[in-house]
Design a protein around this ligand. Sequence first.
Ligand SMILES: Nc1ncnc2c1ncn2[C@@H]1O[C@H](COP(=O)(O)OP(=O)(O)OP(=O)(O)O)[C@@H](O)[C@H]1O
Ligand SMILES: [Mg+2]
Length: 310
Amino acid sequence: MAEGMAESAARASGCADVVLALERVTLNFGGLGVLDEVSLALHAGELLALIGPNGAGKTSVLNCICGIYRPQSGRIRFGEHDLVGRRPHDIASVGVARTFQHGELFPHMTVLQNLLVGRHSRIGTRPLFEALFTKSVREAEVAHRRRCEEVLDFVELSALRHRRVADLSFAQQKVLGFARALAMEPEVLLLDEPSAGLNRDAREDLARFILRIQHEARIPILWVEHDMQMVADLADRLYVLDHGRYLVDGTPREVLSHPDVVRAYLGGVAMPAGARADARCAAATVAHRREPARHRVHALATIATTGAST
Ligand SMILES: Nc1ncnc2c1ncn2[C@@H]1O[C@H](COP(=O)(O)OP(=O)(O)OP(=O)(O)O)[C@@H](O)[C@H]1O
Ligand SMILES: [Mg+2]
């Protein structure tokens, strides 16, 4: 079934409103197969959640799109651009911005400086021209700075703009990573577990920012996420990877109740009949916390019987 679906995904990538498409992307490291003919299409204005168990290949998909990894075969189309073989800064300059699973900020620079540095990869520089520091360069710098200040305002970090990143809380650093991607004024945004490690309030703030970006700026977003409740609430569509292969895609309701998805997350433990949607989400999220299988089963059973969500 997976192959047939992958083919239809590849065909779908030819639709007029597809912004970003992977077509049969295969990635190996030595003998280790990481992605196996993965086809995926992100549509205009869409919030597409890329989910799957640990090690499924989600971050590798983003790394292939951004030029950090080079797939052995397949194509990655972004508008008129074929991204395979292009360098990361080149891909950033055509409008692809991302956040990283593990920070990647400059800890000794200020919040504002981090955004300005991020913007340079998108906007570009002309060193000789800048050395002269002409009036137009000064004006451009002022405009860059204003744009970064607007982004900080948007993510409610303005008050911290002159703080060193190293002095920020973990949650503030996560939001800053998101802001840095936004400051690049991307045409497509890739998020790698932006909510990981955040408490409930910080997750709610993040959810608000993501929705506003999608609805107001109409930026399509490919969002790697482990919090199943968040993706069920926010995403237009879910796409599931398992062991580097396409498993299924569809609406959150379709995907989270799909038996193959339950199997992939819960290692073959059948979802109890009648388990509520929020229980399913919580169970899948729990399964991602790298807990041993017996704990996952226990959590699932508890959630299913009490209806509690974590
Ligand atoms: N640079 C690399 N060299 C060797 N193996 C790699 C490399 N990058 C990823 N892998 C392997 O590829 C597989 C997929 O990794 P990836 O980080 O894409 O998974 P993931 O779905 O993002 O997992 P997680 O949910 O834990 O973040 C893993 O087995 C990982 O060890
Ligand atoms: Mg990852």
